[in-house]
Design a protein around this ligand. Structure first.
Ligand code: IMP
Length: 181
């Protein structure tokens, strides 16, 4: 049981899955892996909003090579805690993608439907390479047609919040990751 945290608004939550120290250590490792994976060429780190905003801001500070940052906004969840399977593009990156290494940064892979849609769209813009970095992977991705090249943690099949992940827009600011089930 999580001890009382005023950020949780009295909501009952289950155990902490990933605490701040564990997240920071893994993000540092991911930053080093990504730095090694791109020895040359232009790198554009493309964060999928809103869920990736905290992960992306920590991650880019652990990548020790030149890079650019932009965002893409897709809407796939309402207030429900199960995937609707529909993806709506709300913001398209303005940065040129052609000829660059594109690293798409996602908070969590659930069914993979969001990524299937976005990867197809981004591949059509002729990047030099296109890879996925996901903080969490629920490993249910029976529908994901692309490999996740960089994964933070495998995640149990529970609804999780914190470190950017929300439930009905709440709890994104919690610095650790907890299960709501
Ligand atoms: P997918 O298209 O089913 O892979 O869903 C991916 C998106 O659903 C993520 O970017 C999240 O926004 C959201 N999502 C999936 N699982 C969770 C969860 O456990 N907590 C919060 N958001 C989730």
């Amino acid at each position: 049981m999580v001890k009382a945290d005023p950020r949780l608004d009295g909501r009952a939550v289950n155990r902490i899955l990933f605490d701040e120290a564990r997240i920071a250590a893994r993000v540092a490792e991911l930053g080093a892996e990504i730095t090694r994976a791109y020895p040359e060429g232009e790198l554009l780190v493309l964060g999928l909003l809103k869920g990736s905003f905290i992960f992306l801001s920590d991650l880019v500070r652990q990548i020790t090579r030149p890079l650019q940052v932009d965002f893409i906004v897709a809407s796939s969840y309402g207030d429900a805690t199960t995937s609707s399977g529909t993806v709506r593009l709300v913001y398209d990156p303005e940065t040129k993608l052609e000829g660059k290494h594109i690293l798409l940064v996602e908070d969590i892979v659930d069914t993979g439907r969001t990524l299937n849609r976005l990867m197809a769209l981004l591949a059509a813009r002729n990047p030099r390479s296109l890879e996925i970095c996901a903080l969490l992977d629920k490993k249910l991705k029976n529908e994901l047609k692309y490999p996740v090249k960089f994964t933070g943690f495998d995640c149990p099949n529970e609804f999780v919040v914190g470190y950017g992940l929300d439930h009905a827009e709440n709890f994104r600011h919690i610095p650790y990751i907890v299960s709501l089930q």
